[in-house]
Write a protein that binds this ligand. Structure first.
Ligand code: SF4
Length: 375
């Protein structure tokens, strides 16, 4: 199905999936292909065609652009510049490049600083080399620190680090060790990932060595407390930032904003409709050749939209804005979900503050259970 006549829809948030990695990590189920320069060049030329096809159907004025992957730092800086220049940047506030410490060189960051990229998300994951090995990461802890310093010294003042926890055989002291290194580096933003192994990843064979839920909840609690006492604000269940450095792009996903995804496997959302590009490079190229990109549209019913709004808003520490809910769905949230709300207010998993209803910190780790009761 083709989308036509949507030029009146204004889109402010753009995700671009760069589907290449040097090697597959042992825990990763994101779509990516082995990097070769030829395939990357072919991809970039199709990506630019895709952007221009979609631009004919939507009014696009990005506030944020997010290069995710895969490994966007495998692109040449000239590719990044060429991709960014396809968009009207007159209102842009944040352009993020996910980067692998392995690819960060002084020449790369120096050239990057001459582009409009103003936020780097560095896939640190852990500062213990045996953990990085287990995860199949290509970098070691020293390379993370070196990459971080190169980026910082080049003048980037908005850097995010990722931390994975809940690894096979992991102990509290291991989590604490990586966390302390992160706090020493003093990034503006920290994203947490609780390891979740799908059956198709190499590390799945070690799933039985993952600590019990209560132990992992303890890891989460430690990370949360330490980050907050080091000056970070928690603005989402797994995201922490220094004041003013919340990821504007990621907030769009939790705030019911419209966004477009470019590149294979990228997803988009506009006016009660979702789509996902083919998670296969050749199929993706084919869809662009035949102008069938943004096919497979999935319409959301009002009920589905409402459920998504609830669980995405509850991921934010601010919670659901009750007035916004009423305006969007023409109903009173507290009335409609009275029974579930009462149950969780009684045991202090939910609280109401002014116009917002939100999870309490003790509910964060078991948030999925709570969300399911609203579904
Ligand atoms: S570098 Fe990132 S996207 Fe690539 S395999 Fe590793 S975790 Fe997955």
């Amino acid at each position: 199905m083709k989308v036509s006549g949507k030029k009146s829809i204004l889109i402010n948030y753009i995700y671009i999936h760069i589907p290449f990695c040097l090697r597959k990590c042992n825990y990763c189920s994101f779509y990516s292909e082995k990097f070769t320069s030829d395939l990357k060049n072919r991809f970039v030329s199709f990506l630019i065609k895709e952007i221009n096809q979609v631009k004919q159907r939507f009014k696009i004025k990005p506030l944020t652009i997010y290069f995710g992957g895969g490994t966007p730092s495998l692109l040449d800086v000239s590719d990044i510049q060429k991709i960014i220049s396809q968009f009207d940047l007159s209102q842009v506030q944040e352009i993020t490049l996910e980067s692998n410490p392995k690819n960060i060189t002084s020449v790369f960051v120096q050239k990057l600083s001459e582009t409009p990229i103003n936020r780097i998300s560095l896939g640190a994951q852990s500062f213990i080399d045996s953990e990085l090995n287990l995860l199949g990461r290509l970098h070691n802890s020293e390379q993370i620190s070196r990459a971080f310093e190169l980026i910082r010294n080049q003048g980037f003042n908005n850097i995010s680090l990722d931390l994975i926890y809940g690894l096979p055989n992991q102990k509290m002291l291991d989590v604490q060790f990586s966390l302390e290194r992160i706090i020493e580096l003093n990034p503006e933003h920290v994203s947490l990932y609780c390891l979740n192994l799908e059956e198709n990843v190499l590390l799945y064979s070690k799933k039985h060595l993952i600590p019990e839920d209560e132990v992992i909840a303890g890891f989460y609690d430690l990370i949360r407390r330490e980050l907050i006492s080091s000056g970070y604000e928690q603005y989402e269940i797994s995201n922490f930032a220094k004041k003013g450095f919340e990821s504007k792009h990621n907030l769009c996903y939790w705030s019911d904003k419209l966004y477009l995804g470019f590149g294979p496997s990228a997803a988009g959302y506009f006016v009660n409709t979702r789509y996902t590009n083919p998670a296969d490079l050749e199929e993706y190229f084919g869809a662009i050749k035949t102008s069938q990109i943004i096919g497979n549209l999935v319409s959301l019913t009002n009920e589905e939209h409402e459920k998504e709004f609830i669980f995405l808003s509850l991921r934010k520490t601010k919670g659901i804005n009750l007035k916004e809910f009423e305006n969007k769905f023409q109903k009173d949230f507290l009335e409609k979900y009275r029974k579930t709300i009462d149950k969780y207010l009684d045991n202090n998993f939910l609280e109401i503050e002014g116009e917002f209803i939100k999870l309490t910190p003790k509910a964060y780790f078991i948030s999925n259970e709570i969300f399911s009761e609203f579904m």
